[in-house]
Write a protein that binds this ligand. Structure first.
Ligand code: GLU
Length: 416
């Protein structure tokens, strides 16, 4: 048996397949298959017990042909450079598919936030940004929140960076609190963007979302808001949701806010009154109209894709469907909205935040929603068009579109 491909190798394989269909030459492929810059830092942090611990952090800038690089910062105990390269690559294609004037990046620190005190978390955040300060700037590379980081962590980083520069530099990071120049509409932006693409997809395949049944795997920020917005915006029925401990099902529909209150009280959606249990595997195989995998990588594989009954798969997580599974779903007529399109709402509102920071002029929430809707709906239809023209999956179409845009920028700049 060949060894399983790593996340980055899988992403490189997808790019290679797309390169073959676009007849890219080897040197262009080599340039697009690897990050242009990577930084590995080791920085000391004073712990509460008086000892000093060394932390490892990374920042991967994948491709900056189209503009400053952009991407989140993960604080994860099992962080690897391989995952960060894969995610930085996806950020590049995500920004290009959305036609944002940005490149892609990703960063991370190996740490377990659950084991750090608040003061230690603050010192890790400040230590990390100090260590990578030389390669970031508001017009060069702009971090944001990601797994296990949040607006408070962003605020500490901004404060540290501003002190180093001797002036406020709120534009160094997006996804920050509104009082430090954060944009309205950033909190639910990933799910909201995803729901706008679901609405467009429903129009394309002729599905009425009012009363349509929806199952959401994962109940973090994306999953919760996806459930809430599907109900609020479309009147869809959320019949099942799950988190890492398991899932719940009620054919009459669940109230997303009541489920959140239960999760906040007990630590899990499991045990929600009036619902029956369902496993994280079963939730994707329910007889529903829409599934939104919003948690894990590789949730849909060649093994379980045959049992998927949904008409639309909205990939709010990064990498939830393996490439072979996606091809099989495509052949069966299941409409997969690929991650770099479906979850692009977050970075799109981050881009709006950058614009507002540069102008020192802030938009209200309705304006942010309207601009996000326009941008992501257009991107969705661009991808559908290429998918039909070339008879390829939505993901392959997204790659073609994104790679063409990045290549155009590189050509104009004389890189290729
Ligand atoms: N972490 C989010 C993503 O992966 C947002 C990145 C950003 O806002 O820069 O899309």
């Amino acid at each position: 048996m060949p060894a399983e491909r790593s996340f980055f190798e899988t992403v490189q394989d997808e790019l290679k397949e797309c390169a073959e269909s676009m007849q890219l030459n080897d040197s262009v492929l080599a340039l697009l298959s690897n990050p242009v810059r990577e930084l590995h830092v080791i920085f000391p942090v004073a712990m509460d017990d008086g000892k000093t611990e060394m932390f490892h952090g990374y920042r991967v800038q994948y491709n900056d042909a189209r503009g400053p690089t952009k991407g989140g910062t993960r604080f994860h105990p099992a962080e690897t450079i391989d995952t960060l390269r894969a995610l930085a690559s996806l950020m590049t294609w995500k920004c290009a598919v959305m036609d944002l004037p940005l490149g892609g990046a990703k960063g991370g620190v190996i740490c377990d936030t659950k084991k750090l005190s608040r003061a230690e978390l603050e010192r890790v955040s400040r230590g990390y940004i100090r260590a990578i300060a030389q390669i970031i700037a508001p017009d060069k590379d702009v971090p944001a929140p990601d797994m296990y980081t949040n607006p408070q962590v962003m605020a500490w980083m901004i404060d540290e960076y501003s002190r180093m520069q001797g002036k406020n530099q709120f534009g160094i990071i997006t996804g920050k609190p509104h009082d430090l120049g954060g944009s309205h509409g950033r909190t639910d932006a990933t799910a909201r963007g995803g729901m706008y693409t679901v609405r467009e997809a429903a129009g394309v395949i002729g599905l009425d979302l009012k009363g349509a049944t929806v199952a959401v795997q994962g109940y973090g920020n994306s999953g919760y808001y996806a459930a809430r917005l599907a109900k609020e915006l479309f009147g869809s029925k959320i019949v099942a949701v799950s988190d890492s401990r398991g899932g719940i099902y009620n054919e009459k529909g669940l109230d997303p806010e009541a489920v959140l209150a239960h999760k906040e009280e007990t630590g899990t959606v499991v045990g929600f009154p009036g619902a029956s249990p369902v496993s994280n595997d079963e939730i994707l195989e329910l007889d529903v109209d829409v599934i939104a995998p919003s948690a894990l990588e590789k949730a849909i594989t060649s093994e379980n894709q045959g049992r998927i009954k949904a008409k639309i798969v909205a990939e709010l997580a990064n990498g939830p469907t393996t490439p072979n599974a996606e091809k099989a779903l495509h052949e069966r007529g299941v409409h997969v909205i690929p991650d770099f399109l479906c979850n692009a709402g977050g970075v799109t509102v981050s881009y709006f935040e950058m614009v507002q920071n540069f102008y020192l002029h802030y938009w209200d929430e309705a304006e942010v929603h309207e601009k996000l809707d326009k941008k992501i709906s257009k991107a969705y239809h661009d991808v559908v068009r290429v998918s039909r023209e070339r008879n390829v999956t939505m993901r392959q179409a997204g790659y073609v579109l994104a790679v063409e845009r990045v290549m155009d920028a590189m050509r104009y700049r004389g890189w290729i």
